[in-house]
Design a protein around this ligand. Structure first.
Ligand code: SAM
Length: 277
């Protein structure tokens, strides 16, 4: 899989993409990352990439020409063909006004052979890039950054870890927060939703502990050291449900709950009612 990043600050990516899973994925040729300096696609002495906005107003805007020319140099599939859900390539404009980047968007990107990430700067990017060049605008959250580079690095990381072979243990990416349909759901009786494993299945992840079992008087929950796998699974699932209910109840609406999950949620809610004044 190849990421192509269009930026006016190519050096920004020295570092963020040189560690851990992303570095190993690059070394193993699972991914390739092309970093393209938009200034190389300018034609004036000053290598100008920005200009004042038509109609006046604050700040500067990234000009369309370098972005269009850079993308053309990559011989990308024409836009009409890219818009099919089975297309091999996609072109993304980083923008705070875009649709939110989520695990499910990462799962869509990992299906593509090439993902182009256009990083804006200043007051943003000439609107024609969004309307005529990019397939979609993606935001990494409801806040405004100075540029799209951090978002691009974040997308490369989140997508790379979904590639088969990127993680030491392939099951890890199936069992993380937000990941719907974790790989090892067990189907119960007919018509019943899948029985939950401890794994995410769209919930937030359960708490993790490692040695020492007692750290400065802070002990690991007893259930995790008693070796009863079914109890551990139930405890983890309960913790994941509890945390999701408390912090991200919106996620629960999209999760397929098993009868065991519903029982655990009833217990959690009953417990909360008893605690509240
Ligand atoms: N004027 C724009 C607005 O109010 O929506 C903000 C432009 S921002 C200062 C400059 C660039 O940073 C954007 O073009 C985009 O590429 C990037 N950026 C800023 N916040 C972002 C976010 N939350 N997600 C993705 N990209 C973002």
């Amino acid at each position: 899989m190849k990421f192509e990043i269009l930026t006016i600050f190519p050096d920004f990516f020295r570092g963020p993409l040189d560690y851990g899973i992303v570095r190993r994925a690059r070394e193993a040729a699972l991914i390739e990352i092309g970093i393209h300096d938009l200034r190389a696609f300018t034609h004036d002495r000053h290598r100008t990439v920005d200009d004042r906005p038509f109609g006046g107003g604050e700040g500067m805007v990234l000009k369309p020409e370098p972005i269009f020319e850079c993308l053309e140099s990559l011989a990308i599939t024409p836009r009409e063909q890219r818009l099919s859900s089975t297309a091999n390539e996609t072109v993304v404009l980083l923008s705070p006004q875009g649709e939110l980047f989520t695990q499910s968007v990462a799962q869509q990107f990992v299906q593509r052979e090439r993902v182009v990430l256009i990083c804006g700067r200043y007051e943003g990017v000439d609107q024609r890039v969004s309307e005529f060049l990019a397939d979609r605008e993606i935001s990494i959250g409801d806040f405004v950054l100075s540029g799209g580079e951090l978002g691009a690095a974040l997308i490369v990381d989140a997508v790379t870890r979904l590639l088969p072979g990127a993680l030491g243990n392939a099951a890890s990416s199936q069992q993380e927060s937000f990941t719907a349909n974790s790989g090892d759901v067990v189907v119960r009786g007919e018509g019943e939703p899948p029985s939950s494993t401890c794994a995410s299945g769209g919930l937030l992840d359960y708490p993790h502990y490692t040695r020492p079992a007692d750290f400065r008087g802070m002990a690991v929950p007893e259930v995790l050291v008693n070796g009863n796998h079914d109890e551990i699974r139930r405890w983890r699932r309960r913790k994941a449900l509890e945390k999701t209910l408390r912090i991200r109840p919106d996620l629960l609406r999209a999760v397929e709950l098993s009868s065991e999950d519903r029982g655990l949620l009833d217990q959690i809610e009953a417990q909360q009612e008893n605690v509240e004044p």
